[in-house]
Design a protein around this ligand. Sequence first.
Ligand code: AMP
Length: 123
Amino acid sequence: MSKPYDPTNVFARILRGEIPNKTVLETDHTLAFHDISAQAPVHVLVIPKGAYIDFADFAAHASPEELVDFHRAAASVCDMLGLTGPEGFRAITNAGLHGMQEVPHYHLHILGGRVLGRLVERP
Ligand code: AMP
């Protein structure tokens, strides 16, 4: 059974305007902003405005409007930041303990601007 959404998480606080962020794009249902600890020349987080814990929660429970808005916004971010050329980018999302998710509000990391290495390190 999944845990309930924690409204004190840092991204919920950003959405309430309690913490500043460097916004890249805001739409009706989605906010995209620069990661505070960038792991690549481009590192943007795309989050739904709704209270969803992780990818599975969002994919299962968001409305069609939220789902479309989120993915179109993510695509716009890639375009705005020059990532849609042949060099490409990586879009990843972490969930739970094994995924080492730090912030329990669904977010897509969009990374680019350098070769990013293998997706998963061997332990
Ligand atoms: P994850 O480990 O997938 O949950 O990623 C959480 C991400 O949120 C990390 O890359 C952090 O650097 C980033 N982060 C944490 N706090 C903030 C903040 N206030 N503004 C922007 N990014 C943040």
